[in-house]
Design a protein around this ligand. Structure first.
Ligand code: UDP
Ligand code: MG
Length: 321
């Protein structure tokens, strides 16, 4: 049995890396097909996430040159997670199994063969896991690891050191399609599917060319989604904090009353002003966290589509591929 593989690659302004990425991935699927590990009509699905550079032109040419290169153009920039989901949902229609990978090929493409092996031996999801983070900057490494620990302590199930390099079978994609979240954090959703999963370890390299399309702002937004979409512990923490502050106030009130009865009244300006600021701060924080969740609810109830596919360069009918 040979399954049709789709390699899904979200691309945002990736003109610098695309030609070599297309080349590498094309060679890979041809080799896997020659080794009879995947079907001949397997394909690469590049999702152009509203790029402003020559990304789409490069993809159109590559599609004309070789039918195994598919392109899907989103009408505007929807962000990495939505672009990836749009590609996976297209892959679900045409392929038996998908592998998602970033356009800069920082993830080791040779791990894909092993992912397919594990898929063939029965796994529906295979996570690509970075063996080490030696090549990351100290800042990225320590914040990422701290973040994974924070997620774990908040009860969010994630796979340590796994980003979005993973294999998913059609079955896993069908299950994923049942989720209708607007605040997407795929890394947190996929373990929730509970399907049989495997792991492949690899070393992550550096970006071949161009610069990161994940500035700090987008990284923080993703990190925030990871927490608030999967855990309500922050709300509980606010509640607990409120209880503790109330208890402190009670103790302070008793102290003040005893001092008053003893005729030992403090002028107390400092403590008064401090407590006003402190309580004001706690309240603002609490309102902020609650607002964050209300914002999420607002976004979810609207159920807006996450992306709009403008064009799909896919199967060429005349070739019957
Ligand atoms: N990306 C995307 N839309 C965006 C931002 C990024 O599709 O709005 C893609 C990008 O083209 C790449 C992947 O997401 O394929 C990961 O981005 P990048 O490699 O820049 O992130 P980093 O490795 O620096 O975290
Ligand atoms: Mg990258």
């Amino acid at each position: 049995m040979k399954d049709r593989l789709a390699i899904v690659v979200p691309c945002y302004n990736e003109e610098e890396v695309l030609p070599s990425t297309i080349d590498t991935l094309k060679k890979l699927i041809k080799q896997l097909a020659a080794e009879k590990k995947i079907a001949e009509n397997s394909f690469l699905l590049f999702v152009d996430d509203g790029s402003k550079d020559a990304t789409w032109e490069i993809l159109t040419k590559a599609h004309e040159a070789d039918a195994c290169v598919w392109g899907q153009k989103l009408s505007k920039n929807c962000g990495h997670q939505s672009a990836l989901l749009s590609g996976l949902m297209t892959a679900r229609e045409y392929a038996d199994v998908s592998v998602s990978i970033d356009a800069d090929l920082q993830d080791d493409v040779s791990a894909i063969a092993e992912m397919i092996e594990q898929y063939r031996s029965g796994c529906d999801i295979v996570y690509g896991i970075r063996g080490s983070r030696k090549k990351d900057s100290f800042f990225k490494r320590s914040t990422a690891q701290g973040y994974y620990k924070l997620l774990a302590s908040l009860g969010v199930k994630t796979v340590y050191n796994h980003a979005d390099f993973r294999l998913m079978s059609k079955k896993a994609l069908d299950e994923l399609a049942q989720y209708h979240e607007s605040n997407l954090y795929l890394r947190g959703l996929i373990p929730l599917l509970g399907l049989k999963s495997g792991e492949v370890y690899y070393e992550r390299g550096e970006r071949m060319a161009g610069e990161s399309k994940y500035p700090l702002r987008k990284m923080l937004a993703l990190a925030m989604n990871g927490i608030t979409s999967f855990s309500i512990k922050p709300i509980r923490m606010v509640l607990n904090m409120g209880i503790i502050v109330l208890l402190c106030c009670l103790a302070a009130a008793i102290y003040a009353f005893v001092s008053y009865v003893g005729g030992n009244v403090e002028r107390g300006w400092t403590s008064l002003i401090l407590s006003i600021w402190f309580l004001g701060g706690v309240q603002l924080l609490a309102v902020g966290v609650i607002g964050e969740y209300i914002g999420k609810i607002y976004n979810e109830v609207k159920r807006r589509p996450l992306y709009h596919v403008e064009t799909l360069l896919g199967d060429r009918k005349e070739e019957g591929a």
